[in-house]
Design a protein around this ligand. Structure first.
Ligand SMILES: [Zn+2]
Length: 416
């Protein structure tokens, strides 16, 4: 995780402190001073406030190394919870995550589809309530709701530019509406940026500090962590690798450019191409139809294989640009569409990087498939809430935390 040297007593980040304890399992104050790059008095004060709030407990003493054995600290995993929602045209994923980083409940329901945004927001409220009730979490311990959406995020609204299937969401006040419907503090994040937080939070990235999450839902995006910090750019809209141009005179893309990776490689484009070539598509949602296409490809259908291979080559080219730009050592394939097709894409992307990554003589870029591909964005959204609620001094728009999040709108959760 990120540590900031010279962190003063007034600036110590509770979110980072909790993260350090979470990752350590059991840890002494002395070790935390070392990990936080802080001083003993600052850490001691911050730990005291976490203990007072019930987030941390003393669990015993370390083995003696001569002097008085140090007291060990541990998180109380079920002391706080957050909800994460990944909203897409094709499906809505819900997770309940606890402070310890565990997903204690999950649910997947049909996507936004053609419903009005207001109707979908109302349904999200109902489905969240039933999930929280089913899991048995005390609502008073909920810190808030993180929501991720596929379009670019802006201002106090949700999405400014929206994918074609979600045009009715353009400029819809997503955060405000969800706050009104759930009574929770709401944080909005781009799906790929949330996904990389989810991968970090779930431990997929291991010890890697500079890695990327290549996210495929109905479109393609990426989130990246550089030296332990999620890079978010000027507005939280980084990693749009689906809109790297691979053909100057190519097909027009919904973003306004031509020949983007998404025009030949995104599940939306592939499902449309498959249908026009006469392949049987169930006509359910893009992600489900794309899964059907992946199964046809695996079963040996030549047209399906041609479409998937072409897509995988385009995604590999995008991954190459990503790796060359940021010099990552790991790329995690994540997002709902990789749950069905990850095994088809991974070898193509890995082989391409092995032969084209610019700095391949220095190190390899390893490509792995996320074990949480379907839920990574929702897990990341919940993790962002836990982080930001624990770091109340974090300014809007400031990427000062290793999971720096832009808080678009919030209201304090009314606790009993
Ligand atoms: Zn584009």
């Amino acid at each position: 995780m990120s540590t900031h040297t010279g962190v003063g007593a007034s600036a110590i980040n509770r979110g980072q402190l909790v993260d350090a304890i979470r990752r350590a399992g059991q840890v002494s104050r002395v070790e935390l001073v070392h990990r936080m790059g802080s001083n003993a008095a600052t850490v001691s004060t911050a730990v005291r406030s976490l203990i007072d709030d019930g987030l941390v407990v003393e669990v015993g003493r370390a083995a003696s190394t001569g002097g008085k054995p140090a007291v060990l600290l541990s998180l109380v995993p079920d002391s706080r919870f957050a909800l994460g929602v990944s909203l897409d045209h094709s499906g809505i994923s819900y997770v309940v995550a606890n402070l310890g980083g565990a997903v204690v409940g999950r649910l997947r329901r049909r996507g936004a589809g053609a419903d009005t945004p207001a109707a979908v927001v109302e349904r999200i409220g109902t489905e969240l309530t039933s999930l929280v009730t089913h899991v048995g979490v005390d609502p008073a311990l909920l810190l808030g709701l993180g929501v991720v959406s596929p379009g670019p995020i802006t201002g106090s609204n949700g999405m400014a530019l929206t994918p074609p299937a979600m045009q009715s969401w353009r400029d819809f006040p997503l955060a405000e509406s969800l706050e009104a419907s759930t009574g929770l503090s709401v944080l909005v994040e781009n799906d790929a940026s949330a996904a990389i937080v989810g991968e970090y939070w779930s431990g997929t990235a291991g010890a890697s500090r500079t890695f990327a999450a290549l996210y495929m839902g109905t479109g393609i995006g990426a989130g990246f962590m550089v030296d332990g910090i999620v890079y978010r750019g000027a507005s939280g809209n980084t990693g749009e690798i689906g809109h790297i141009c691979i053909d100057l005179d190519g097909l027009p893309c919904w973003c306004g450019a031509r020949g983007c990776v998404e025009t030949v490689a995104a599940p939306t484009a592939l499902v449309a191409a498959a249908r026009s070539r006469g392949l049987p598509m169930p006509g359910l949602s893009v992600v489900e139809d794309f899964a059907a296409l992946a199964r046809l490809s695996q079963a040996g259908d030549p047209v399906a294989q041609e479409l998937v291979t072409r897509s995988a080559r385009a995604v590999a080219a995008a991954a190459q640009s990503l790796a060359n730009m940021i010099d990552v050592d790991l790329i995690v394939l994540t997002g709902p569409s990789f749950t069905s097709a990850g095994a088809l894409y991974l070898p193509v992307i890995q082989a391409h990087l092995d032969t084209t990554f610019f700095a391949r003589d220095c190190h390899r870029v390893e490509v792995v498939l996320s074990p949480n591909a379907a839920d990574a964005a929702a897990i990341g959204a919940a993790a962002l809430v836990l982080q930001s609620e624990l770091a109340p001094h974090m300014a809007a728009g400031a990427a000062i935390d290793n999971r720096g999040s832009r808080r678009l709108a919030r209201q304090r959760l009314q606790r009993a």
